[in-house]
Design a protein around this ligand. Structure first.
Ligand SMILES: Cc1ncc(COP(=O)(O)O)c(C=O)c1O
Length: 299
């Protein structure tokens, strides 16, 4: 196995507060508000063959997430979109992962109030082939069932891709990995099926796709792409409440997310699924879609 270089000791460069800086020097102070109070939002994007897939949607979501936390990003969406491209270019990466992160700084005493703490933006790009092991992907991954529930929308800003919402995801993922699973399915505050720790979930029954309504978790950009790809194939998609009792009725299951892409699932706790035609078709359609050349208007 290749030697794992700690992320903060790597060579290269990244975009930090409007400038390209050496990767190793992109540090923050321990008094950073985000470190103490999770005042941080971020994005996860993938660049394929030199183009960031759905960059506009990701940038819009970054700004929407920041707004939900009362954070004003001191750049325009166009500037951040361009900066994502610069961060990839400076790293010489045409296929990889792009991580914009927005966080409150250390200008004031780290207490709950943070109006004058300052806002920082960084964008780092690195190679990241596949979230789950590719061989495992075709077999279908195994999901644990998390003990943590996605919170109600009136208890947290659940539409934001905010760092604080990932505390229970890390706990769930660690518990799953300790028990030999790849990831975990999380139910929501009502006991309905919600999503995995960093990806949305779909099921198949009798040629139809079923997926939970994203009313207390992220309506993933990949989720929306996959719904469009399924519609293009005339596969009916039902966004609906899914309970634990529904799980034995489904034949196929897969996760969607920028990092996970389309990843078939073989097990969720005691429930079994067989990665089949629909999962494979959408996995391949998504792989084609992310590299599809942009259609430019002709005059
Ligand atoms: C908790 C969570 N749900 C869903 C998703 C999928 O979102 P997207 O497809 O926009 O990457 C992600 C990944 O960003 C995530 O972290």
């Amino acid at each position: 196995m290749a030697e794992l270089i700690p992320f903060d000791e790597r060579d290269g460069a990244l975009w930090f507060d409007g400038k390209i800086v050496p990767w190793r020097d992109a540090r923050v102070h321990v008094m950073t508000h985000a470190l103490h109070f999770a005042s941080c939002v971020f994005e996860g994007e993938r660049i394929y063959s030199g183009r960031i897939y759905k960059l506009k949607e990701h940038t819009e979501r970054l700004f929407a997430s920041a707004a939900l936390l009362g954070i004003t990003i001191p750049y325009t969406e166009e500037e951040i979109g361009r900066a994502c491209g610069e961060a990839a270019e400076v790293q010489g990466i045409t296929d990889g992962y792009v991580r914009p992160v927005v966080f409150r700084g250390a200008a004031t005493m780290p207490t709950v109030a943070a109006q004058r703490a300052g806002v920082h933006v960084a964008i780092a790009v690195w190679p990241w082939p596949s979230y789950f092991d590719p061989a495992e992907k075709l077999k279908g991954i195994r999901l644990d069932i998390s003990e943590w529930r996605r919170p109600a929308p009136d208890t947290a800003p659940t539409k934001a891709k905010a760092a604080g919402l990932y505390m229970i995801c890390t706990l769930s993922k660690h518990a799953a990995e300790t028990r030999g699973y790849s990831d975990a399915l999380m139910f929501d505050y009502r006991g309905l099926v919600a999503e995995a720790t960093g990806a949305n979930i779909f099921f198949v029954r009798e040629g139809q796709l079923h997926t939970p309504i994203p009313d207390c978790f992220l309506d993933g950009i990949t989720r929306r792409s996959v719904i469009a790809l399924a519609s293009a194939r005339q596969i009916p998609v039902r966004e609906r409440a899914i309970t634990r009792e529904d799980l034995p009725d489904f034949t196929e299951c897969f996760l969607t997310g920028t990092a996970a892409e389309v990843t078939p699932v073989a097990e969720i706790g005691p429930y079994r699924f067989k990665p089949g035609k629909i999962s494979e078709m959408l996995m391949n359609d998504y792989a084609t879609d992310v590299r599809r050349p942009l259609v430019t208007a002709t005059v």
